[in-house]
Design a protein around this ligand. Sequence first.
Ligand SMILES: [Zn+2]
Length: 260
Amino acid sequence: MKPIRIFETHAHYDDKAFDDDRDNLLRSLKEEGFDYVINVAADLRGVDATLELTREYDHVYGAIGVHPEMVYELNENTFQHVREVAMKDKMLAVGEIGLDYHGDEVDKGLQKEWFYRQLELAKELNKPVVIHSRDACEDTMTVLGSKEARGIKGVMHCYSYTVETARELLKMGYYFGIGGVITFNNAKKLVEAVEEIPMERILLETDCPYLAPTPHRGKRNSSLYIPLIAEKIAQIKGIPYYKVLEKTHENAKNLFLKGK
Ligand SMILES: [Zn+2]
């Protein structure tokens, strides 16, 4: 039997929730077959912390960007720094970027402006994007359908919209990051979307330390719970568990490592 290999496409190991056991945890992931772990930056501190992690661990890679709820940190100077870090070889994507209208703290216009600027950066660097979109389906689809976003590849992280929107995103070539939410009792809408999305476009992610799958819901999440997500997808798709790991690994390599 082939050894198990797992590609974790979305984690936040720079979060303080991992301060006590980060090193042990990251080393154990390697032993468990995780040959790629993408640490996703969400703010300027995360950009530098992600750079550190990618230098320290050979199986840790990065996505560099500023989350819509943190874009007030960006100006021409700080954005230049984001660009310089995002250029580095182990940085596989620009992200997480997007729109989040769940709270009202950050002006929608400002969010859109930096969403466009960071999409432009992805284009310039020829890297895919990791998109965060919450309660902002319509505006996200408008931005992604604009000429500025043409030709960009990426993943809709923590997909939370309808099966109809999934169909549109499939046509546009996007991948879908599926995480712990798929195991929740109230995940009916997401289960429907996963039934529709072909296996070729699904990526595994945890968004740890957030969104731990059942039965760990509400506790600290880590990539070690990815098997629970893969099992649920296997059940929905009616395919063996190992196939889910294998296929999502191949998909992630196609999106993030093409040309490397
Ligand atoms: Zn995230």
